[in-house]
Design a binder for this molecule. Structure first.
Ligand SMILES: [Zn+2]
Ligand SMILES: [Zn+2]
Length: 416
């Protein structure tokens, strides 16, 4: 052995130049191989494993639901699996309503896009492509959509745009606590009714509340991206199954906390109540109803993932989900509704900066849940966020856009 190393030393000495060149090339090659391995694990994890439904499959889905109700919960990641959420569990469980069997499909290990920033992710969920394609990546993206900047919607329509293109008489409702989704992510179209919830709405709701009719009229709500156009709306608290609950909740909150710190959770309650009011009082009007709840993300920034303030925010969102469920149950609307719950990202563990944007599991893993009569019970195969547009289009009997990168995950729908 000694002899071997002595000989090797001599050889290296004799071919000094050659040895240096070989060492450098080997080093570069090893680095390149390591980088490619890391990058592909990172990148390919974001690729869809699902399928494109056949024309016959899409056709068979037409008219299955009167409406799709989508609950967007910003920043909740996988946390519905980690705390007590009885209403989420009730909505997303298998059950029989009359003669109709309803099944639930739930995953907590869906994969967000990168970076785990709100705009990047919601844009990918709605428009079916990864951020480098829709073009909202890294540079002040949240502010850009809040200001009303859109992606190229002809090239990459959202599932809302696709639905309306095939259903010219369709109507869509979108109510958002975070205005980014309404202002820049969903197309502007006169068939889409958009409301953003602001602190003023809470004040006006309480001031204009009529205890006899349990409604609050003349709430001046923002309806467009400029945030100047306002429209007088009515929010009803006289909904069977949840009568008077919003007024009680808001007046208790204001009495305890005032308007300053806690408005985000009150705005979420208002967002939910608008969706309930609009859809229960006009059950045939909207075929897609979207809502964006924002308090869990705020709690993540204020307290950190999994801290008591974060858990409380998830519990309050769960309570709102319960109101939606109870109102739909009382109105007999459960069997012809598809419920969808989605989120953009989670949060980093507290310690240092409380935030999201990176690639840790807690930021990347997302909840995705569906309940309806065409859904296959259980946990689906891999779901990535770009799949959402394809999933909702399929559920509505609409063909996916050819430009979409997302697919329908296996194990999510009956009759695949
Ligand atoms: Zn977010
Ligand atoms: Zn955030």
């Amino acid at each position: 052995m000694k002899n071997f190393f002595a000989k090797l030393g001599e050889k290296i000495k004799a071919n000094k130049k050659k040895t240096i060149v070989i060492s450098v090339i080997s080093f570069v090659l090893i680095c390149a191989i390591i980088s490619i391995c890391c990058l592909s694990a990172f990148l390919f994890n974001r690729f869809s494993d699902g399928y494109i439904p056949t024309d016959a499959q899409v056709e068979a889905m037409k008219g299955q639901y009167k409406r799709v109700v989508i609950i967007g919960v910003d920043g909740v990641g996988d946390y519905f699996s980690k705390t007590y959420t009885p209403n989420f569990d009730k909505m997303f469980s298998d059950k029989k309503i009359g003669d109709t069997q309803i099944n639930a499909s739930v995953t907590y290990t869906g994969v967000s896009v990168y970076p785990t920033i709100s705009c990047e992710n919601w844009m990918s969920m709605f428009h079916g492509v990864r951020p480098v394609y829709h073009g909202f990546i890294f540079r002040s993206t949240n502010q850009r959509v809040e200001r009303g900047e859109h992606t190229d919607e002809e090239k990459y329509p959202s599932f809302v745009g696709r639905y309306l293109a095939e259903n010219p008489n369709g109507k869509v409702l979108s109510v958002c606590t975070w205005r980014g989704v309404n202002n820049g992510i969903i197309e502007d179209d006169e068939r889409i009714t958009k409301y953003n919830s602001y602190p003023d709405d809470i004040k006006q709701f309480l001031e204009n509340y009529n205890e006899d009719t349990r409604t609050s009229s003349n709430i001046m709500t923002v309806v467009d991206a400029s945030e100047e156009e306002k429209v007088a709306t009515t929010v009803s608290d006289n909904i069977a199954g949840i009568e008077g609950q919003l007024y009680e909740y808001l007046s208790d909150h204001v009495e305890q906390y005032g308007y300053s710190d806690e408005t985000i959770e009150m705005r979420d309650a208002m967002t939910m109540q608008r969706v309930i009011t609009e859809t229960v009082t006009n059950p045939d009007k909207y075929q897609i109803a979207y809502m964006h709840l924002d308090q869990v993300d705020h709690a993540g920034h204020s307290f950190g993932y999994g801290k008591p303030g974060y858990v409380n925010a998830v519990s309050r969102v769960d309570m709102l989900i319960g109101r939606l469920y109870d109102a739909y149950e009382a109105a007999g609307m459960l069997e012809d509704t598809l419920f969808v719950l989605c989120t953009d990202h989670g949060h980093r563990l507290p310690g240092g900066h409380k935030n999201h944007g990176k690639n840790t599991d807690l930021e990347v893993n997302v909840t995705f849940a569906l309940a309806g009569k065409t859904i296959k019970s259980g946990t689906p195969d891999k779901y990535v966020e770009t799949d959402m547009a394809a999933i909702i289009s399929y559920a509505l009997g609409v063909k996916a856009a050819e430009s979409w990168q997302g697919r329908v995950p296996y194990g999510m729908f009956l009759g695949e």
